[in-house]
Design a binder for this molecule. Structure first.
Ligand SMILES: [Zn+2]
Length: 72
C-alpha cells in the first residue's frame, strides 16, 4: 500500500487535488491510520499557526495602543 506524503495530504486538505485523486485519497484515509494521523497532524499544525498569528495580532494591537498613549 502506498502512503501519502505530507505534501500530498496538504493538497488534499486544500482541495487542490483532482476529484479522482481526492476520492482515492479519502478512501485510503478511511482505512489507513498512518495517513489519517498525518492529516490530523497537519491540521494541528494549522491550528497552532492560527493561534500564533492571532497572538501576534493582539501583540501588535497592544503595541499600537502603547504608542498612542505615548503620543498623548
Ligand atoms: Zn497510508
Amino acid at each position: 500500500m502506498k502512503h501519502y506524503s505530507k505534501e500530498e495530504l496538504e493538497l488534499y486538505r486544500n482541495h487542490q487535488m483532482s476529484v479522482l485523486k481526492r476520492i482515492v485519497c479519502a478512501g485510503h484515509l478511511n482505512e489507513c491510520r498512518i495517513c489519517s494521523r498525518r492529516l490530523k497532524e497537519l491540521e494541528a499544525d494549522d491550528l497552532f499557526l492560527n493561534e500564533l498569528r492571532s497572538s501576534i495580532r493582539i501583540f501588535q494591537e497592544v503595541q499600537k495602543k502603547k504608542e498612542h498613549i505615548r503620543e498623548c
